[in-house]
Design a protein around this ligand. Structure first.
Ligand code: S3P
Length: 203
């Protein structure tokens, strides 16, 4: 269920309408959820976190799904949930860090959404995730080594996103959200999405 994000004076809708779902991809800690919420507020559209939807659909937390059903079952559920969300009205969708690596999920995102890789260096990602439990892949002796390895292996897939935006230390969610809008508009104008642009100008 996609709910419209609350709007504040500083998050008045932009002078254009979203016509495709913006899908945020990238590693754990990239800021997909926090920046995504701010972006949705600015655009006056709904925000959804695919991890939350998966937990609701399964009636279990993500660590419970990994522990009792295993990662392949999680990936399968993730693909189905993301496919369902992409069929709903345009919104901002934050995805789990592994989703865009799965070929079928990536293909669906690329065909129905506008994908944005929130890229950050591993030191910054690790600072953001190290004290936050709930990510089964990082429940290991050396989570930074795992994150480094995931970054190396996944970067070539993330690089297939339509747009890449760098997340830097000290950069506010608001600035990130504005940068994403500008990057997508530039991509649209350059004809990046031959199948249709992400925004429709309304002013
Ligand atoms: C995962 C990232 C998590 C969550 C799951 C697996 C991954 O989401 O989907 O723990 O494979 O990178 P976030 O990227 O939102 O932390």
């Amino acid at each position: 269920m996609i709910e419209r994000s609350p709007m504040t004076a500083e998050t008045r809708p932009a002078p254009f309408k979203l016509t495709r779902t913006i899908v945020l991809v990238g590693l754990m800690g990239a800021g997909k959820t926090s920046v995504g919420k701010r972006l949705a507020g600015m655009l006056g559209v709904g925000f959804v976190d695919s991890d939350v939807e998966i937990e609701e659909a399964a009636g279990m937390t993500i660590p419970e799904i990994f522990a009792s059903l295993g990662e392949p079952a999680f990936r399968d559920g993730e693909r189905r949930v993301i496919g369902r969300l992409l069929a709903e009205r345009p919104h901002v969708l934050a995805t789990g860090g592994g989703s865009f690596v799965e070929p079928r999920t990536r293909a669906e995102i690329k065909s129905l959404g506008t994908s944005v890789w929130l890229r950050a260096d591993v030191d910054l990602l690790f600072e953001r995730v190290r004290d936050r439990p709930g990510r089964p892949l990082l429940q290991v002796d050396d989570p930074k080594a795992v994150l480094t390895d995931l970054n190396t292996r996944r970067a070539p897939f993330y690089a297939e996103a339509d747009v890449t935006v760098d997340s830097r230390r000290g950069c506010s969610h608001e600035t990130m959200a504005r940068t994403i809008i500008e990057a997508i508009r530039a991509y649209d104008l350059a004809g990046g999405l031959a199948r249709g642009s992400t925004f429709e100008e309304t002013m």
